[in-house]
Design a protein around this ligand. Structure first.
Ligand SMILES: Cc1cc2nc3c(=O)[nH]c(=O)nc-3n(C[C@H](O)[C@H](O)[C@H](O)COP(=O)(O)O)c2cc1C
Length: 191
């Protein structure tokens, strides 16, 4: 088995919120992310790291305020709103993920989004190799331009969700996942 097959999404509630992930380790994961393929070497990935409890608390409050801004009162769901601030308390590191799309750039937007996704996969596999858990989370607020603005990013940025990083809690059963038959997704041309 390889890291490609054994990596699993580890939810924040299964992470050890009290066990720190050092700044050096986070930067090393981001350096691995930084070596992803990128058309025209645009390196469109942008990361905002929230690691201290104060920063993660502020992030949770920000996500909730955006939820309130974009969700009509009669559509608000208390449990969803609560999770936006609870999850960043559970994981020791949360990264807000952005893609920079150069205005009138020659690389189309989909390629920049794809490059950022490659960077995230590098990060997740590097973390897994070191025993760390990761979880890519995409609540609707974390994809919104309002969130980019809250982070101080201008309109050339697209939001791509949140990455949670933390040590898996000891004694938890390893999460399982499955995939459908590969050959349902492959067309092999013989001629
Ligand atoms: C772009 C992206 C966004 C995701 N967003 C969420 C999410 O919002 N909530 C969630 O439960 N899982 C999310 N996931 C994780 C998937 O649920 C997970 O990858 C899938 O269940 C397969 O499990 P595995 O990662 O352990 O193989 C996301 C994954 C990707 C690639």
């Amino acid at each position: 088995m390889t890291i490609y097959r054994t990596r699993r999404s580890i939810k924040p509630m299964a992470m050890d919120s009290l066990r720190e992930v050092s700044r050096e380790l986070v930067l090393s994961l981001l350096e691995d992310a930084h070596w992803a393929p990128t058309h025209a070497r645009n390196q469109p990935w942008r990361f905002q790291v929230f690691a201290s409890l104060a920063a993660r608390t502020r992030l949770g409050e920000g996500l909730q305020s955006i939820y309130d801004e974009i969700t009509p009162v009669d559509k608000r769901i208390d449990s969803k709103r609560a999770k936006l601030s609870a999850n960043p308390q559970l994981a020791p590191v949360v990264i807000a993920l952005g893609a920079h799309i150069a205005p009138e750039g020659k690389v189309p937007e989909w390629e920049e989004i794809a490059a950022v996704s490659c960077a995230v996969q590098n990060l997740m596999l590097s973390a897994h190799e070191r025993g760390l858990g990761t979880y890519w989370s995409s609540p609707p607020v974390a994809g919104r331009a309002e969130f980019a603005r809250w982070l101080g990013w201008d309109e050339t940025h697209r939001m791509m969700g949140l990455i949670y990083i933390g040590w898996p809690q000891e004694g938890q059963p390893a999460p399982q996942s499955t995939r459908d038959d590969l050959m349902d997704r492959v067309t092999w041309h013989e001629a």
